[in-house]
Design a protein around this ligand. Structure first.
Ligand code: ADE
Length: 249
């Protein structure tokens, strides 16, 4: 997969995409992250890429021409059609479902805004989709783009060392993840739940499922309304609720 990022801060994206799982995915040839700076397409001596908003108001906007030229250049890099995504708080909320959808594509172009954003005509005509990473405002789209790249990059086949770990992710089944423990078994901070030491894999799977359901119920009940629970899961969740209420009393 190839991800192009149109950004005034290419070094930031390159350093984020060069480390950890995503860096390794690039080294393994599973993913290519390529940056393009709209400033390279500015035509004046000051390399201007921004303009005042018509109608007044604070701040500056990114102008059309350098973004259009950058997009044209990036598109030319391959014949593969690419989805153009603009990162902004006005976008649809990024979810794991959307991440999985994007991870399956051959090409994505991420457009990062700075200043107060970009001229609306860019969004209307050159952008396919707008995505937000949450209900807060960042000073630019780069951090959001880095998040999208990380989430997509780790899902590329062969990026994670343990093939199971993407399947076990939080949200992978629409639920939060269960708790995890490592050495030591006993510590001032507490004990590892006995079932995890039992070697009984069916019991361990059941316990993990119950914890994942219970945590989702406690912390993100909104997620539970969106998943279809099978009979076993409903039983496990009932058990969790009963245990929880008993512990409360
Ligand atoms: N740019 C600025 N804020 C953002 C947000 N919340 N999500 C995506 N891009 C952004």
């Amino acid at each position: 997969m190839r991800i192009d990022v149109i950004t005034l801060f290419p070094e930031f994206i390159e350093s984020c995409a060069g480390i950890g799982v995503v860096g390794r995915a690039q080294e393994r040839g599973l993913l290519e992250v390529v940056t393009c700076n709209p400033r390279d397409f500015a035509t004046d001596n000051h390399r201007t890429v921004d303009g005042r908003p018509f109608g007044g108001g604070p701040g500056m906007l990114m102008t059309i021409a350098p973004l259009r030229d950058a997009l044209d250049r990036v598109r030319q890099a391959s014949t593969e059609p690419a989805r153009v995504i603009y990162l902004s708080p006005q976008g649809a909320r990024l979810t794991q479902e959307k991440v999985v959808e994007l991870a399956r594509m051959d090409r994505v172009i991420l457009l990062c805004g700075r200043y107060e954003g970009v001229d609306e005509r860019v969004l209307e005509n050159l952008v396919d989709e707008e995505l937000s990473i949450g209900d807060y405002v960042l000073s630019g789209g780069e951090l959001a783009a880095a998040i999208v790249i990380d989430a997509i990059g780790r899902l590329q086949d062969g990026a994670l060392n343990d093939a199971q770990s993407a399947e076990q992710d939080s949200f992978a089944g629409g639920l939060l993840d269960c708790p995890h423990y490592t050495r030591p078994v006993s510590d001032d901070l507490g004990e590892v739940p006995e079932v995890l030491l039992s070697g009984d894999h069916a019991m361990i799977r059941r316990w993990r499922r119950k914890q994942a359901l219970g945590r989702t119920w406690l912390r993100r009940p909104d997620l539970l309304t969106r998943v279809e629970l099978d009979a076993e899961s409903r039983t496990l969740l009932d058990e969790f609720r009963r245990d929880y209420r008993a512990a409360e009393n």
